[in-house]
Design a binder for this molecule. Sequence first.
Ligand code: AKB
Length: 316
Amino acid sequence: MQEKILITGAGGQLGSVLTLNLQEKFGINHVIATDLYPSVGLGGHFEILDATDFQKLESIIVKNSITQIYHLAAVLSASGEKTPVKTWDLNMKTLINVLEVSRIHGVQKVFFPSSIAVFGNNASKDHTSQDQFLLPSTIYGISKATGENWAHYYYNKYGLDVRSLRYPGVIGYESIPGGGTTDYAVDIFHKAIHNQPFECFLSASTQLPMIYMEDAIRATIELMDAPKQNITIRSSYNISGMSFSPNQLFLMIRKTYPKFTITYKPDFRQQIADTWPHSIDDSKASKDWGWIPKYDLESMTESMIKNLKLKHQHYT
Ligand code: AKB
C-alpha cells in the first residue's frame, strides 16, 4: 500500500528536518507538511494548519487519504511556562484531535513526540529508567506525560498504532530550536563559528541528556518502521544519544576554537533543567527495536562545526 504522510509542526526544529527525510523515504508527493505559517525551505506539498481546528485537520486527512501522522506541533518547555493554560490547551487539543481523527478515519500509524520533561525531581537523575513515576515540573512535561497516557489509551481501547519517543535535547545544524530548555546546546555553536562570546542560560555543571539530529531522525523512522509486535511500550520510549554539561560542551568546542569564551547567567530555565534527568536508560528501545545512537559529544561537535561552517560559507 502506498503510504501518505501528514506532519504537523513541520516548520519546527525537528519537523523541518523530519519532513525532508520523510519526503526522501516516501516520495515528495506523498508527504504533506503543515504548520501555522508557511515555512521557507520546505518544498513539496505544504498546507497551513492550526491542528486545534478539528474540521480543517479532518478535511486534509480525508482529502489526501492519509495513512500516517507525525504530530510534532507543541509549545516547548521554556515557552510553555510563560503561558501555562494556553500551552496545556494547545498541546492537549492538538493531540486529541490527531488521535480522534486517526481513529475515525482509520489512519494506520501515529507518531507522538514525548520528552525527558515528563520526569520530575522524584525520579532518579542518573540513567533514569523507563518506568519511573512521572511527576513533571513544567506544564509542557505535564502535557507530554498526559499525552503518553492518551496514546496508551487509544492503543488499548481502539487498537490505534500510536508510537512515541521521549526526546532529550535535540542538537542539529539544519534548524534553530525555539522555546526549549536545551536550546543553549545549539545556540553555542552558532556563536562559536562566528567567533563571538557565548552567554549560557544554564550553569556550567548542568548535565542533561541530548541527541544529535541525525540520530533523532533515525530513531523516529526506526521506531515507526519496527514490526508492530516488537513495540511493547505504548506510552513512550526513553531514548538518548549522549549527556553533557555546558562546560563539557564548551571545552569540546574550544578544541577547534581555542579563543572561544563563555559566561554563565542562569535564568528561569535553570530551575526547569534542575528537575530533569542527567542521563537516560534507553535499554528498552535497544531491546525492542534495536536502537543504537551513533553520535557522542565529540563526533556531534565535529559534525556541527563542519556543517555550520559549510552552511555559513554557502550563505556569505
Ligand atoms: C525542551 O527543552 O523543551 C525540549 C525537550 C527536552 O523536550 N528540547
